[in-house]
Design a protein around this ligand. Structure first.
Ligand code: GRF
Length: 194
């Protein structure tokens, strides 16, 4: 059982590297009256991105991590997570792979959103691959992060219809809308097991 601190909320960190639409949806969910989480910290591997602008606008503690040296970068992140009593880590478009040791030290506390129906299409270019294979559906998945890329236990996934005329950009846009709704639902599910 996790101790509820602060305003009785589970302190969460969102890791990003770009646009931050999922960060925005997680934040909007977190400020709802009945939400049990608080976005306490944003970690970004890039400085000049929309997600960082959003976090700063809403006064969320934000740290840009220099990833030139991965070992040092992760040590710095772990320090920040501990200092801020982070209990849940949500990866949202974070373009760095966490080391096995990092994942181990936050076992079952790290979740990620991936733009495909896992276990199909782990890794990059998911939309291109779904279109090339003429799939009838693609979608998105929220899963626990384990030591192998996009392979942890699935929390929730949702299908999105794929049209014959779809370009990767069109499909990505439709899936992203679904991602933004799915992520808060998945968080709700995860924290009910805390
Ligand atoms: C999303 O498509 C997510 O599934 C993938 O990276 C993208 C991040 O988008 N892992 P955003 O930065 O949350 O808008």
């Amino acid at each position: 059982m996790v101790k509820l601190v602060g305003k009785n909320k589970i302190l969460s960190a969102v890791f990003i590297s770009g646009r931050g639409s999922n960060l925005k949806s997680i934040y909007n969910y977190s400020i709802k009256k009945n939400s049990k989480i608080c976005v306490e910290l944003v970690i970004s591997s890039k400085s000049d991105v929309l997600g960082v602008k959003f976090a700063r606008k809403y006064n969320i503690k934000t740290q840009i991590i220099n990833y030139k040296n991965k070992v040092k970068a992760e040590a710095r992140i772990i320090k920040l997570l501990k200092k801020n009593n982070i209990q849940l880590i949500c990866l949202a478009g974070f373009m760095k792979v966490l080391s096995k040791n990092f994942v181990k030290s936050f076992k079952n506390k790290i979740i990620n959103i991936h733009p495909s129906l896992l276990p199909k299409y782990k890794g990059l270019n998911t939309h291109e691959r779904a279109i090339k294979n003429r799939d009838r559906f693609s979608g998105c998945t929220v899963h626990y992060v384990n030591q192998n890329l996009d392979s942890g236990k699935i929390i929730l996934k949702q299908k999105v219809k794929l049209y014959k005329s779809d370009t990767p950009e069109q499909l990505a846009k439709r899936i992203l809308k679904v991602e933004n709704k799915l992520y808060p639902r998945a968080i709700n599910k995860v924290i009910s097991n805390f």
